[in-house]
Design a protein around this ligand. Structure first.
Ligand SMILES: Cc1cc2nc3c(=O)[nH]c(=O)nc-3n(C[C@H](O)[C@H](O)[C@H](O)COP(=O)(O)O)c2cc1C
Length: 403
């Protein structure tokens, strides 16, 4: 038995026996694209009780525990096939009928997948067990297909506050990572910077939300202007034109703001994805690094160590390129802000024209003053938010390029 593997089991033969392995142990397997095992490390053999011969060329299904909901594996494969890494809690069966829980991080290799499993220790693990138990009951009660169970799992995760399976996986990885102390000193700074980037990007998201809300609030003003124009003779024609111009410019601006926070491919979403994927890759690389270090000098030459080393390097490379992406996305934001601010100036001209009309109609209680005050307020706020947004984007570029 590997000296670092401490396995405690209450009894050797009952189904309820939980096999616990040491926090510092990592269970590794690598598979071909179908999930057939091509490599397993010693810890995998020790914890699961299957010999290396039994594991090699076998599907992972041999250790599938009947209490694992089908939906988890459905989502796992959907994400893997879409090229995304997966983090999930999994209950596995041991050869002797016991079980062990793992937090698994599954990533892509040149010719298949690699799963690194650690002992779960975060609070999210407890919450996840409850979700799995409910899902399993529903699966059995309603005879859900794997796809239906996957959809139910997504719903449950959303109810618990996660926007997606990926979002849940990222938070779970963060939690597990934090509950251990495995940040290499030379990377501590990078992790800190990434945390700062996440904060700045979420501040930027808040600013864009405020700008959006501003748009929402003044959306009705061009219509108010048109109504006013209808009521007034003479000055009404000018107001009608002003209202049309304002409407067109506000719509164009709104489109530009949308480019920033479109949920599919807006700059902010891309930045957020880049930073979380960069962070994710770096965390996984750290976990693998631990496993590599754990192998000790004896295994330095073996296939597993080489595989981990190579995989680790590739993950770090992918993390670096994602982070470079952040700074280039960050660079494009001040440009968008500049265009928006130019349009605000255009809106200011329209607002001035309103003021002129308002001066002419001094004796009429037209409501125009109120409209102008609201537009003025909107312009000032939007201008301020855009200036802040631009400054934050520059911070992202600067921090992103120093990673
Ligand atoms: C790299 C990798 C590691 C996996 N590890 C496990 C595992 O530890 N336990 C497990 O039950 N399934 C694991 N799976 C998922 C299995 O391939 C399979 O989907 C699952 O056991 C459920 O079986 P089913 O899809 O035939 O229902 C893994 C898949 C991959 C690609």
């Amino acid at each position: 038995m590997n000296a670092m593997t401490k396995i405690s089991s209450a009894s050797a033969d009952t189904k309820a026996t939980e096999v616990r392995f040491a926090k510092e142990n990592i269970i590794i397997s690598a598979t071909d694209p179908r999930g057939v095992i091509q490599f397993a490390n010693d810890t995998f053999v020790e914890v699961g009780g299957y010999s290396l011969d039994e594991l090699l060329n076998a599907p992972h299904k041999i250790m599938r525990h009947p209490e694992m909901p089908k939906g988890v594996f459905y989502l796992m494969w959907e994400h893997l096939k879409a090229g995304k890494p997966v983090c999930a809690y999994v209950k596995n069966k041991t050869k002797s009928g016991g079980y062990y829980w793992v937090f698994a991080v599954v990533t892509h290799t040149e010719n298949g997948y690699l799963s690194a499993r650690i002992r779960p220790s975060s609070e999210l693990f407890e919450a996840t067990k409850e979700i799995y138990a409910t899902l399993l009951e529903e699966e059995k009660g309603a005879g859900l297909t794997p796809e239906q169970s996957g959809a139910r799992l997504l719903e449950m995760l959303q109810e618990a506050g996660y926007s997606s399976f990926e979002d849940y996986g990222t938070k779970a990885l963060n939690n597990e990572f934090k509950s251990r102390d495995i940040i290499a000193p030379e990377l501590a700074n990078s992790f800190l910077l990434m945390d700062e980037l996440v904060d700045i990007i979420s501040d930027m998201q808040n600013l864009v939300n405020s700008i959006e809300q501003g748009f929402e609030r003044v959306r009705g003003e061009p219509v108010n202007l048109r109504i006013l124009a209808g009521r007034l003779e003479g000055a009404g024609a000018a107001l009608g034109t002003i209202s049309q111009n304002y409407d067109a410019m506000a719509k164009e601006m709104h489109g530009l703001v949308g480019r920033l926070h479109d949920p599919e491919n807006g700059s902010l979403v891309q930045m957020f994805d880049a930073v979380s994927q960069g962070r994710w890759a770096m965390q996984i690389a750290q976990i693998l690094n631990e496993a590599h270090a754990q192998g000790g000098p004896d295994t330095a030459e073996d296939e597993g160590a080489a595989l981990l080393k190579e995989h680790n390097e590739r993950l770090q490379q992918s993390s670096r390129s994602r982070l470079i992406e952040i700074s280039s996305i960050g660079k494009s934001i001040p440009d968008i802000c500049r265009s928006l601010r130019r349009r605000i100036n255009g809106l200011d001209v329209v607002k001035l024209l309103c003021k002129v009309e308002s001066g002419r109609m001094r004796d009429v209680d037209s409501g125009l003053d109120g409209i102008i005050a609201r537009l003025e307020n909107f312009h000032d706020n939007t201008d301020r938010h855009l200036a802040d947004l631009s400054a934050k984007a520059s911070q992202v570029t600067q921090k992103g390029s120093s990673l």
